[in-house]
Design a protein around this ligand. Sequence first.
Ligand code: BGC
Length: 376
Amino acid sequence: MRFLSGLLLIMALSPLVNAGPKTGPAYTEEPFGTLADGTKITAYTLANTNGAWAKIITYGGIVTELHVPDQNGQFDDIVLGFDNLKGYLAGHPYFGCITGRVANRVRNAQFTLDGKTYKVGATNGEHSLHGGISGFDKKVWKAEPMLTADGPALKLSYTSRDKEEGYPGNLQCVVTYTMTADNALRIDYHATTDKPTPVNLTNHSYFNLAGHHAGSIGEHILQLAAEQFTASDELLLPTGKIVSVANTPFDFRQPTAVGKRLQEAGGKPVGYDLNYVTGMQPTPQPRHVATLSEPKTGRILKVLTTEPGVQLYTGNFLDGTITGKGGAVYKQHTAICLETQHFPDSANRPEFPSIILRPGETYRQTTIYQFSTAKK
Ligand code: BGC
């Protein structure tokens, strides 16, 4: 019934949804290419009544496009990505994807759980980053589009088999994207396992609120509700110390231009790439942890999450060698990721909030990327 009403809506709106801002609440479905083994990849668009819409593909659960209005009602696509599957298959730094089974870094690509040591896929020298060699960003997710009371949604399911990338347990994951009536992209994550395993899921969207093609994010203003961050070594692996942001270039408690202290932030390559502590435990309901705004367009992104950490990454490794949608060249510092998650290397850090999921328990995380503008 739901499917039928969705279909009828799509049919009724299809002349509209293919041009300019899409209007909904509706979803559409179209082919997005084929993998080498013949698997067909599908793209879904989720549009709300205001004309805001997201495009999400079954490969990696990647948000390939996200169109929201500026203060004059002009829409633009504010996430980095590619026009076609070929771009994603050629290799990319996790644009828009679901990241897991364990997002962020795992020292020495191993961890010990209940007395047993597990070796996982190393991708970052001898360390592991974002789930290993073939993480959730490279998996094909089963898709179920639907119309919900909150807006059009896409339910994506994937079962990560026992020992995949070295991780124990069959992990059943469901990630639901909803384009809400008030211009938020809401992401609900849910997972269960049949053996104890670490789980840390996030979405890795690269935002540029002036448009994915607009260049430097230096003038974006960021406010982050974090008193502390997890200190890391030169390879960005946590030392275990949790330190105060006070008197450092990492202090975003007051709204501050991202470019203002970017050089002082240091790093190789230079820029922000660190995990902020917004709490020491996940919360049952999402809470407001960050606000990003862009002065020229007036676009504002508020981030709400149940997660205790936010990795701020300013596209330091982008170097102009990637050409994305519409021929846009993605240079260094042309996007900002606000990856809501548990802390890096948590599987090896008993002092950090635990990421261990056990049989009978349910992993849940919700993150809301809420868009608005300075002027209504
Ligand atoms: C990491 C960066 C990395 C980027 C893309 C971020 O989550 O913190 O160090 O370069 O992802 O892989």
